[in-house]
Design a protein around this ligand. Structure first.
Ligand code: 3H9
Length: 687
């Protein structure tokens, strides 16, 4: 019998089998909740049925509450009520877990009276990663089954727990021997009837308080995640598990609602969807080229990192550079990268992987490759002559990619007779670690070529973001603008170490001056020199970084930049700044940390808005993904354009106009933002 759109129930003699079928991941949306509540009602009214089992169709048991319902008006029955009703059902219900039973899914399972899992099953309560806590009894029932210490660790990390560990902890009662959930459900219900599968109500179990485990969790969270809201609330909720169930559930509810109301919840859930939204591009409909071998040109850090990423994904790689010394250095870098992957548990055997690497000191060897990724020196003449040569070498149908960070890919493509086969694949350093891959689609790039980029990203397990051609594409263009805003703040009086500290306290992994030191001050210097001829007269120019470069302070690569090796400000940087202020007649003024962060974020929002308005990014969430997965933007803030929605376009317009009083060239209100302030439109509506 069909109990709702997604839940049905069948009877076989004295047993009932309840099935959830809500693809793709059986999320516990309203129709699943209605169906489960109806199943419990039906069981309670049907005395002839003496045992039941709950299972799910498809690739996994329930992977959580339906995240898309968050932030919308709640619809009865709520998941906590459904779990309570399952638990108090007079008919014993076994739950069959397969795939990844997460969040609300595990809470449903813990509301049942026995849990069996198919081989390979994993469980977890990952709500903390979305800025909330398990709000359907998870914080109360997990400590009852597995103890406080286990529960507080699992709930505050949100990690996925493999079957053997879940079983040892007491979350799973037995491993099912059947292959399919339905067969396992049938067998479990019969085992209940036969008395061979014991059942009990989780809520009836008692909890031994463990204040030491709770204190340790709080100390760890305060040290490692000081700006996050929900992890400490998770600990408070687990602490309440020592109370009677009803009281504990009440505490859990209040804490859950506080998390739901927090802007961090909006940010983290936006980040979850951003990770999945970026591959949805028009070119996804095109057929990608088959890629069986990859050529990488340039054996420097970037080329070696790209080669490592491709080797790790199982491709044979041909690495090209001009000298055997450069190639040997490249091979050594790759070997070190692979050794690192072995140490991190990402790879079993470095030697086998390295065996798929070939070295070639002539470009002709690239004739064999299906995809050629150029990671040579960042110079237009170098790149155009390389692509002109490749045009004569690469086989017909090969895809030609450049890893340029800034240069005009239309110009690079024009150096070949096949611009339709050319695209940008902008990797981030270290290329075998960083998740982001900007896929730059030039004016004449064919959809199949772009689709090949997206297919490659999938193989490399990277997050692909489509970008149009402009100086710096999405990420570096925003980086430049936000760094400039901070250089102006520095020149006007904010010490660079205050700027870095304020931005890091807001959740960024590194402030902009520390990032400059890490990347090398020469990179932005080269970019400034390239732009010098076209720089508008009205643009303010901060020359402290140029003075540092002139003195050989390029950042970490030379030992010092803004900071010395020990992390203290470099006296030469302070002197350069003093000199610049003196020469320009500037009297430094104080900045609050809040103003620094507001300016940093606003500069990002302004540039991001333009990038969307110009069509360089196809949708706002793509820009957020670039910042989140390539530039250390704090996940709980969700990205600049989610922040724009949360702050509100009208407030932003006022803020930019206020800043514009001191620099009307840099701080200009993007027309799109002004329109949004008038209409109340949000970026979220365009995703
Ligand atoms: C919760 O349970 C709160 C409760 O404690 C309290 C309530 C009161 N909802 O990742 P994939 C979509 S909070 C809605 O590509 P995979 C996803 O967007 C929840 N949609 O597949 C994608 O859609 P599309 C706690 C969801 O095989 C499609 O499913 N649970 C949900 O690589 C496929 O997803 C979690 O946090 C959802 N809950 O990975 C688990 N989950 O195709 C979150 C997925 O349109 N989910 N979708 O892009 C995951 O970690 C992974 O999706 C999972 C599968 C491991 C399950």
């Amino acid at each position: 019998m069909q109990l709702s759109d997604t839940v049905d129930l069948t009877t076989e003699g004295e047993i009932a089998l309840i099935r959830i079928d809500n693809p793709p991941v059986n999320a516990a949306g309203i129709s699943v909740r209605e169906g489960l509540a109806a199943a419990v009602d039906w069981l309670a009214q049907t005395p002839g049925i003496r045992a039941a089992a709950l299972y799910a169709a498809g690739r996994t048991f329930v992977a959580g509450a339906d995240i898309r319902e968050f932030g919308k008006p709640p619809q009865d029955p709520w998941l906590p009520e459904v779990c309570n009703r399952l638990e108090s059902c007079p008919t014993p219900i076994a739950c069959i877990l397969h795939g990844t039973t997460l969040g609300g899914g595990l809470e449903i399972a813990m509301g049942c009276h026995a849990r069996l899992a198919l081989p390979g099953a994993r469980v977890g309560l990952p709500e903390v990663l979305l800025g909330i806590l398990p709000g359907a009894g998870g914080t109360q029932r997990m400590p009852r089954l597995a103890g406080v210490a286990f529960a507080v660790e699992a709930i505050t990390t949100g990690r996925q727990i493999p079957l053997h560990e879940a079983r040892a902890a007491g979350l799973i009662d037995a491993e099912a021997t059947e292959d399919m959930p339905e067969a396992a459900a049938r067998a479990a219900a019969h085992a209940i009837l036969a008395g061979t599968l014991p059942t009990r109500r989780t809520g009836d179990l008692s909890v031994t308080p463990d204040p030491g485990a709770l204190d340790a969790a709080r100390t760890r969270i305060r040290a490692r995640q000081p700006h996050l809201f929900s992890p400490l609330k998770c600990v408070d909720a687990v602490e309440a598990a020592s109370l009677p169930l009803d009281a504990g559930l009440k505490t859990e509810r209040a804490l859950y609602e506080a998390c739901q109301a927090s802007p961090q919840r909006a940010g983290l859930i936006h980040a979850f969807f951003a990770e999945r939204a970026t591959a949805k591009v028009p070119e996804a409909a095109a057929t990608p080229h088959d890629i069986t071998s990859i050529g990488v040109i340039g054996a420097g850090t970037m080329g070696a990192g790209i080669a490592t990423a491709c080797l790790l994904a199982g491709f044979p790689v041909l690495l090209n550079d001009r000298s055997t010394e450069a190639l040997e250095r490249g091979r050594n870098t790759i070997r070190a990268n692979l050794d690192g992957a072995v140490k991190r548990g990402k790879l079993d055997n470095a030697e086998d992987t390295l065996a798929r690497l070939d070295l070639a000191d002539t470009l002709d060897a690239m004739a064999k490759a299906d995809l050629i990724i150029e990671a040579a020196f960042e110079d237009m003449t170098v790149k155009t002559s390389l692509f002109a040569a490749l045009d004569g070498i690469a086989r017909p149908g090969a895809v030609l990619a450049t890893n340029t960070s800034y240069l005009d890919i239309n110009q690079i493509a024009a150096a070949t007779s096949r611009p339709e086969a050319v695209l940008g694949l902008h990797f981030f350093s270290p290329a075998h670690v960083m998740k982001l891959l900007e896929i730059v689609v030039a004016d004449r790039t064919a959809p199949e070529t772009a689709a090949t980029g997206f297919a490659l990203a999938k193989r490399l397990r990277k997050i692909p973001v489509r970008s149009g051609v402009c100086d710096g594409f999405i990420g570096n263009r925003i980086l430049r603008s936000s760094r400039l805003a901070m250089e102006y703040a520095m020149l006007d009086g904010a010490p660079f170490e205050q700027i870095d500290a304020a931005i890091e306290a807001a959740g960024w992994a590194m402030g902009p001056f520390r990032v400059s030191d890490l990347a090398g001050l020469d990179i932005a210097f080269a970019q400034r020199k390239r732009r010098a001829a076209t720089r508008p007269a009205a643009e303010r120019y901060v020359d402290t970084p140029d003075r540092l470069c002139a003195q050989g302070f390029l950042g970490r690569k030379t030992g010092a930049g803004y900071y010395l090796e020990d992390g203290t400000p470099n006296p030469a940087a302070l002197a350069a700044l003093e000199a610049e202020r003196r020469e320009k007649g500037l009297a430094p003024r104080p900045f609050t940390d809040a103003e620094i962060v507001a300016r940093y974020l606003t500069a990002m929002i302004v540039e991001a808005t333009q990038i969307v308005a110009e069509g360089i990014a196809l949708k706002p969430i793509d820009v957020d993904a670039v910042l989140l997965f390539g530039y250390g933007f704090p996940r709980h803030l969700g990205g600049p354009l989610l922040q724009a929605d949360l702050i509100g376009a009208a407030t932003l317009v006022d803020r930019i106009e206020d800043y514009a009083r001191e620099d009307a060239h840099f701080w200009q209100v993007p027309p799109r933002l002004r329109d949004m302030a008038g209409t109340g439109a949000r970026f979220e509506d365009e995703n």
